[in-house]
Design a protein around this ligand. Structure first.
Ligand code: UT7
Length: 315
C-alpha cells in the first residue's frame, strides 16, 4: 500500500489558552507545560465538519492526481458526524462526484490506523485499488466546556489521504481492550418501551490512566510493526504520532531512543484532533516537501475503547 496524496483542513477560529482562561479556571502556563498546546482551532458559526472534510478530500485528490470517479472505496472515520445518517463518506461521495461504495467507521482517536488496516485488507482481497480515507473530527461538540481537565486538550479538524495498492507491503497492528478510561455517553432518546437512563452525555476522561495506557500501548504497537517488517527504529524517517500530549510523544521517543527531529509535532497550534491528528501532521510534512519516495514512516495512535495501533509504510 502506498499513499498517493494528502490533504487537510482546520477551522478558521483559533482559540488560545488565554482565550480559555477567560471562562475557565486555567492558565497558559499549566496547559503548555502539561500538554504542549498553545492554541487549537474550533468550528464556529458558518462552518461545518463536512466543509472541512470536503476541503481535505479535494486537496488529497489533487495531490494524488486521482479523479473521484476512479476511487474504488471511501472510508470516512469520525466519532461524531454532522448527522446520524447518511454517513459522512456518502455526503463526501456526493460532493466530489464519486460512485464507489462508502462506509463510516469509529475507532475513536485510533481511527486512521484502523482505516489503513481496512484499506490494506480490501486491497489484499482484490476488492479495491484506490481508496480515499478521510478522518474528520469535531471534538468541540463532545467535550464538556466546564471540565478544564479535558476541554483544554481538544481541537477540530479533518485530514484525508488517497492510498493505492502499488508500493511495498506495509505492516499494521491494531488493538482494542475495553477500558472505560475515556468515555463519551451520548444521551439517548426515550422510546415507548424504554426510558432514557443515561445521565451524562459529554466526554469523561481519566487523564493519568489514559496517559499510561497510551504510552505503553504505543511503544508495543510500534515495536511490533518494526519487528514485522524487519526494520529498526533507526531506519525510520519519521514517527508520525497521535498529537494528544507532547509528553506522550517524548515518552515514546525515549523508549525508541531516537533523535527529536524524527518526531515532528504540530500539537502546539492544533490540540488533539482525535483521528485527524496524524493526518494533519502528515499533510504538513508533505506540503513542506519533507518526505521523499522510499522514506519509511511509522504512524501510531491511541484512543477510547481503549484502542491503539501502528502502521509502518514506505512513502
Ligand atoms: O486521544 C486521547 C485523549 N486523552 C489523552 O491523551 C489524555 C492523556 N493524559 C494527559 O494528557 C494528562 O493526564 C492531562 C494533561 C490530562 C493532565 O495532566 P496531569 O499531569 O496528569 O495532571 P493531573 O490530572 O494529575 O492534574 C494535576 C492538577 C490537579 O490539581 P490538584 O489536584 O493537584 O490540585 C488538577 O485539578 O492540575 C489541575 N488541573 C488543571 N489546572 C489548570 C487539571 N486541569 C487543569 C487545567 N488548568 N486545565
Amino acid at each position: 500500500m502506498k499513499i498517493l496524496g494528502t490533504g487537510s483542513a482546520i477551522p478558521k477560529l483559533e482559540v488560545t489558552n488565554d482565550d480559555l482562561a477567560k471562562f475557565l479556571d486555567t492558565n497558559d502556563e499549566w496547559i503548555s507545560s502539561r500538554t504542549g498546546i498553545k492554541s487549537r482551532h474550533i468550528l464556529s458559526e458558518g462552518e461545518t465538519l463536512t466543509d472541512l472534510a470536503a476541503e481535505a478530500t479535494r486537496q488529497a485528490l489533487a495531490d494524488a492526481k486521482v479523479d473521484a470517479k476512479d476511487l474504488d472505496y471511501i472510508i470516512c472515520h469520525n466519532i461524531m458526524n454532522d448527522r446520524c445518517i447518511p454517513g459522512m463518506s456518502c455526503i463526501i461521495q456526493g460532493i466530489i462526484g464519486a460512485t464507489c461504495p462508502c462506509v463510516d467507521t469509529n475507532a475513536a482517536c485510533t481511527g486512521f490506523i484502523y482505516a489503513l488496516d481496512h484499506a490494506d485488507a480490501l486491497m489484499k482481497a482484490g476488492k479495491a485499488n484506490k481508496i480515499l480515507i478521510i478522518c474528520a473530527e469535531q471534538m468541540s461538540m463532545m467535550i464538556d466546556w466546564e471540565r478544564r481537565e479535558s476541554c483544554v486538550l481538544f481541537g477540530d479538524g479533518a485530514g484525508a489521504v488517497v492510498v493505492s495498492n502499488e508500493g511495498e507491503d506495509c505492516a499494521v497492528k491494531v488493538t482494542a481492550c475495553y477500558t472505560p478510561a475515556l468515555n463519551c455517553n451520548v444521551k439517548q432518546g426515550d422510546t415507548p418501551f424504554r426510558k432514557d437512563t443515561t445521565t451524562y452525555d459529554k466526554l469523561e476522561m481519566a487523564g493519568r490512566e489514559v496517559f499510561k495506557l497510551a504510552t505503553h500501548n504505543s511503544c508495543n504497537d510500534i515495536q511490533t510493526v518494526l519487528d514485522a517488517s524487519h526494520t529498526t527504529a533507526s531506519d525510520v524517517k519519521y514517527f508520525i504520532l497521535h498529537q494528544a500530549n507532547l509528553r506522550i510523544v517524548e515518552a515514546i521517543r525515549g523508549f525508541l531512543e531516537q533523535p527529536e527531529e524524527k518526531f515532528p509535532h504540530n500539537i502546539e497550534h492544533r490540540g488533539n484532533t482525535s483521528s485527524a491528528s496524524v493526518l494533519l501532521l502528515l499533510d504538513d510534512l508533505n506540503k513542506a516537501n519533507k518526505i521523499q519516495r522510499g522514506d519509511k514512516l511509522v504512524f501510531s495512535a491511541f484512543g477510547a475503547g481503549f484502542t491503539s495501533g501502528a502502521c509502518l509504510m514506505t512513502w
